[in-house]
Design a protein. Structure first.
Length: 157
């Protein structure tokens, strides 16, 4: 892919992300950090360890711990001892946490669903589904062996 095409695609993806963030209502009663941590726990399969959450969200351990205290205080997550290593703890959603995540996701997706329905043809919707599959493959890519970082990554551009 040519650099100008790549830059255009990246700009388009960022624009969609910004718009989705604007359309997403805040989770009432939760700090932004706690909402992010709640989402990370929901995405984990069978529970996440606090360190994993911090790595995924690029958050310090103290910020993750504060968010987990906030979530536990509202009975949205619970700490479950790890079966294989009792020194570790897994964070899982409570029933109330699962309901909040489901309700928030449903509300968040309304704008995108309406935009797709109003703007896209049936053929464009099919293309978007295929593009989503390609984006998932790209997101999961890890070169083996890992390559040196690209100059763009080093510069932050």
């Amino acid at each position: 892919m040519r650099d100008d095409d790549l830059n255009r695609l990246l700009g388009q993806l960022r624009a969609l992300q910004r718009r989705q963030r604007r359309e997403r209502p805040p989770v009432e009663g939760l700090s932004r950090s706690a909402a992010r941590v709640l989402g990370a726990v929901a995405r984990s399969d069978g529970g996440a360890q606090p360190t994993q959450i911090g790595v995924e969200l690029v958050m310090t351990s103290s910020n993750v711990a504060a968010a987990l205290r906030e979530l536990a205080g509202q009975d949205l997550v619970e700490r479950v001892p790890d079966e294989s290593d009792t020194r570790r703890v897994n964070i899982t959603l409570t029933a109330a946490g699962e309901r909040l995540v489901a309700d928030t996701r449903a509300t968040r997706d309304i704008w995108l669903i309406e935009a797709m329905r109003d703007l896209l043809t049936e053929e464009e919707e099919k293309v978007l589904v295929v593009a989503g599959t390609i984006l998932e493959r790209l997101a999961a890519y890890h070169p083996n062996p890992p390559r040196a970082s690209h100059p763009r990554e080093e510069s932050g551009l």
